[in-house]
Design a protein around this ligand. Structure first.
Ligand code: AHR
Length: 474
């Protein structure tokens, strides 16, 4: 295996790193959610869990699995809400074996219910050191009962891949009644670390003829390692979208996007279109580095959510693969008028942001343009506003791209930005009033009776009786 290209090969000495150095059921096909909105998730949703899979099962629970920093076990947690996953009890389903091909790294599990039985696919390698620890292949364990949290899990076997080579990051999904298996694999004769493949599933560990969907060739796909991995799918407005992760697992890790007509043959590579640019990547302003290995789910209101991991910081000592701080994060996934997903930026730590648009102002969004607060048609990330709890039930409003700034109303009623916590007179605090139909107003604490209003592209205080002070939440 060529050192330069080997995704996971490193000097034998490093391979002596102690092994303890130290995700079903369905892809998101849209559709109504079950529960009414509850507490907003707070990012990071779950610390030190990478490669997360989150899905809402028919039993009403959200299930979550993912890689643990020790790479030595398969874990599962569930909660009735997305936010509940943060503190949910986590169960260990299966530990890696004492020796043999499943005794080393355990990566990127995914749990799926297939024909009424629970399986968990994952990538595993042998222990023992040297290059052999990266002899990674895909396996599955199976549960002996209907409840994956209480059942007994046992090894089923190895995925029958087209080649006996490095393969990982499988994803099972059903599309138009057909179950598919996607995975990442190193293909003999192609000088990359991993490419993306898809095939129809014929059994929990078997597939039909495979199609190669993507090879890392763009500069943003080959930084550090030549990688396409971690595929996830979501259908929207007649198209099927497949995201995948590219490059090394440090701050250069990012998401790419493949798309196809939802009625087309998924196994014909030419039916897919590959974005020439990444769709989701490191954001210094929100301090999220190397976002990737994503999944999709729905929130309690049935709205698409992006699940991914990312670090809070850029600089990593040693091999990023052994840095434990890839935390699981979630955020709303929006779609543009043309039906394409708009990933925006990773929104950063804290409560999930919201978007506020004003029907009385032609749907103008509240947002920032540089360091100005404006109302109008703005790029997604400039419209995402975080409501921060403040004194006596009031809130401060902070644009995600200006994390240390909050909206502040001047004596003249004009609204701008001020450093967090300087508004001692209440000029940077608002009372959020919820009206019929989920419409909200933000009444100034400093100037009661007046609320944030969209006024000819700017934002200023206006009497609460005016329609331009009423904002719809997106
Ligand atoms: O997190 C372990 C492995 O590293 C995952 O399987 C892969 O997606 C990532 O690059």
């Amino acid at each position: 295996m060529s050192i330069a290209l080997s995704r996971r090969t490193f000097a034998a000495g490093a391979a002596l790193l102690p092994i303890a150095c130290t995700s079903a059921g369905r892809s998101v096909m849209g559709g109504p959610g079950a529960a009414s909105p509850l507490a907003s998730p707070v990012n990071p949703l779950v610390k030190n869990r990478a490669d997360a899979q989150i899905f809402q099962h028919t039993d009403g629970y959200y299930y979550m699995t993912g890689s643990v920093p020790e790479y030595d076990r398969l874990v599962l947690r569930r909660a009735k809400t997305l936010a509940g996953l943060t503190t949910a009890e986590e169960r260990v389903l299966w530990h890696h074996e004492a020796s043999g091909p499943l005794s080393g790294f355990i990566w990127a599990p995914e749990m799926h219910e297939i024909d009424g039985k629970w399986y968990m696919h994952f990538a595993a390698g042998p222990s023992g050191g040297g290059e052999d620890v990266f002899r990674i292949r895909t396996y599955a364990v199976q549960c002996d009962g209907p409840d994956p949290m209480t059942g007994t899990w046992s090894t089923l076997g190895e995925f029958k891949a087209p080649w006996d080579s490095f393969n990982l990051d499988s994803k099972v999904f059903v599309h138009r009644g057909q179950r598919y298996f996607t995975w990442a694999q190193r293909e003999p004769g192609i000088e990359t670390n991993s490419n993306l493949y898809i095939a129809k599933m014929t059994g929990p560990l078997t597939v039909g003829p495979a199609t190669r969907l993507s090879v890392p060739t763009y500069d943003w796909e080959i930084r550090g390692f030549k990688v396409n991995e971690g595929a996830a799918v979501i259908e929207h407005a007649g198209k099927l979208f497949m995201t995948y992760s590219a490059s090394a697992t440090d701050d250069r890790y990012c998401l790419g996007l493949l798309s196809i007509d939802a009625e087309a043959d998924l196994l014909v590579a030419s039916n897919w279109t590959k974005s020439p640019v990444p769709v989701f990547q490191t954001c210094v302003e929100t301090s999220v580095y190397g976002p990737g290995h994503n999944d999709f789910t729905l929130d309690e209101q049935g709205r698409p959510m992006l699940v991914y991991h990312g670090r809070d910081y850029k600089e990593i000592e040693g091999d990023p693969l052994f840095n434990p701080d890839r935390h699981t994060r979630v955020q709303r996934l929006y779609f543009s008028a043309d039906g394409m997903p708009d990933f925006g930026v990773p929104v950063g730590n804290g409560p999930l942001p919201e978007r506020f648009f004003n029907p009385a102002a032609k749907g103008a969004f509240l947002g920032n343009e540089g360091t100005r607060i404006v109302s109008g048609a703005l790029p997604l990330a400039q419209t995402q506003i975080r409501s921060l709890p403040a004194e006596a039930g009031s809130v401060r409003l902070s644009p995600i791209l200006l994390r240390d700034q909050v909206l502040s109303a001047g004596v003249d009623g004009r609204v701008g930005l001020a450093p967090f916590g300087q508004g001692g007179d209440g000029s940077d605090r608002f009372r959020r009033r919820t009206l019929a139909g989920g419409v909200v107003q933000f009444e100034s604490i400093a100037q009661p009776g007046k609320g944030l209003a969209a006024i000819d592209g700017t934002v200023a205080l206006a009497p609460l009786g005016e329609a331009r002070t009423r904002w719809s939440v997106d």
